[in-house]
Design a binder for this molecule. Structure first.
Ligand code: HEC
Length: 119
């Protein structure tokens, strides 16, 4: 089938163009990952308005808050996602996500939930 061969060439080219990334990382979608593993506490919109949030002390960080946006940089977010925050419900995710995936999650938080991201 000509169609299948064409598809195989496209897939093979994509693998050649992006040799330093694993296939799993090419498939990684930070929006889906956030919904799946973070939204339970932080909410799908990142504003921490979840039923679970009210039972937590401290509560999950509300990424829509201007004070939070002033405080959080890309580097801080990456560190927090990797290691978690001791003494809170925020777990570390370095066992679950690769460095690149954690960076993608951090950038997702900055670009989608923070109106005035701090570089
Ligand atoms: C079980 C609940 C829970 C889940 C799941 C969770 N978090 Fe959190 N998260 C928290 C809590 C609670 C805090 C507040 C910690 C604090 O006050 O320092 C927090 C804080 C944060 C912060 C900011 C820390 C700060 O200094 O304010 C970031 C960034 C963050 N989480 C990202 C994520 C990402 C990304 C995921 C998914 C991969 C995730 N969290 C999943 C509960 C959760």
């Amino acid at each position: 089938m000509v169609g299948m061969d064409f598809l195989k060439i496209i897939v093979a080219s994509a693998v050649l163009i992006l040799p330093e990334k694993s296939m799993a990382e090419i498939d990684f979608d930070p929006t889906k990952a956030f919904v799946k593993t973070c939204s339970l506490c932080h909410g799908v919109h990142g504003d921490a308005k979840t039923p679970l949030a009210s039972s937590m002390n401290p509560p999950p960080t509300d990424f829509s808050s201007p004070d939070v946006q002033k405080r959080l940089t890309l580097e801080t977010i990456i560190t927090v996602i990797s290691k978690g925050v001791k003494g809170t419900a925020m777990p570390g995710w370095s066992g679950r996500y690769t460095k690149n995936e954690i960076k993608a999650l951090a950038q997702h938080i900055l670009t989608h939930f923070m109106k005035h991201p701090v570089p």
